[in-house]
Write a new protein. Structure first.
Length: 302
């Protein structure tokens, strides 16, 4: 009964990193943020302002993050809340997160609604599934390890994309992605969790999004990934960013709808704070860790 659950976690844990999607609040901040119209305000052009934000955000190398995600699946909407800390000092993303998931692919599982620990290292991501998992499908182990190389080998283009994103991405790339569209609107000035921030918005063609974000995927992998997105009915993604007075990204929202219905669509938001925070990541003990491939391969029985 855990096989679908394990597969779902691979996608859910990646979203936690704030690289592609994190949240479910509306663009006005769900009541937390106050909006002031500022469409005709002076200052830098949107693209110039985002360039400064990208440079400054990347320089900080770490931050505390939290957010929520609503991800459509064939089993219904999976909702996740996430909170923790990330660092991109070495180029990729590593860190520690607490994740709680409900509904959809996790509905009725032992971990639904229970906070789980997640850790990201340079080569893998880990999820603590709890005691019940360890005593049954986990073969006595609490942690599932998603080795990036093995994900790339077993999951094809989507696995290669996960590896590429985790080893080469960071929050500044979200700013760069919006810049790459060439069509950015300055929406207005808003207060995001007590900080004055400028809201920028744009839409990117989903078929080109992976190409813009990826550094190491081959042309064949990019085409395969584009085919998967098209089969899911994904056509475009709306990106909203909030940049504070220090030229730092403080909030990001990404929303996309699927032409195949609710399955595949998502609405996600992540908040960034305490830039420059110290982040230490410890890999779980190998004696308490099982590879995802051992739980999903032939004869796994889960």
């Amino acid at each position: 009964m855990y096989r679908t659950r394990i597969t779902a976690l691979a996608a859910g844990v990646v979203m936690v990193a704030g690289l592609t999607a994190c949240g479910s609040e509306s663009a006005d901040g769900g009541g937390d943020d106050k909006v002031t119209s500022d469409k005709k305000a002076g200052g830098l052009s949107p693209l110039a302002a985002l360039k400064k934000a990208s440079d400054q955000t990347e320089k900080q190398e770490s931050a505390k993050v939290d957010g929520t995600t609503d991800q459509g699946t064939p089993q219904g909407t999976t909702s996740s809340t996430m909170k923790g800390e990330l660092t991109w000092a070495e180029g990729g993303t590593t860190g520690n997160m607490d994740i709680t998931q409900r509904g959809g692919m996790v509905s009725g599982t032992p971990t639904e609604g229970k906070p789980m620990k997640a850790r990201y290292t340079a080569d893998a991501m880990f999820m603590n599934m709890g005691d019940e998992f360890a005593s049954t499908a986990g073969k006595g182990k609490h942690w599932i390890k998603y080795d990036y190389d093995k994900l790339a080998e077993t999951a094809g283009a989507s696995g290669a994309f996960i590896k590429d994103q985790m080893q080469n991405n960071n929050p500044a790339r979200s700013v760069q992605l919006l810049m790459a569209t060439g069509k950015v609107e300055k929406v207005g000035t808003e207060t995001v969790r007590g900080k004055k921030a400028t809201h920028y918005s744009g839409t990117v063609d989903v078929s080109e999004m992976a190409r813009m974000q990826s550094k190491e995927l081959s042309e064949t992998e990019l085409q395969e990934l584009q085919d998967q997105l098209e089969q899911a009915g994904m056509e475009s993604e709306k990106i909203d960013l909030w940049i504070d007075g220090d030229n730092l990204l403080v909030k990001k929202q990404e929303t996309a709808k699927s032409s195949n219905g609710s399955s595949g669509s998502y609405d996600s938001t992540v908040y960034y704070a305490d830039y420059g925070t110290e982040v230490t990541v410890e890999e779980p003990p190998s004696a308490d860790t099982v590879g995802f491939e051992e739980l999903t391969g032939p004869g796994a029985g889960v």
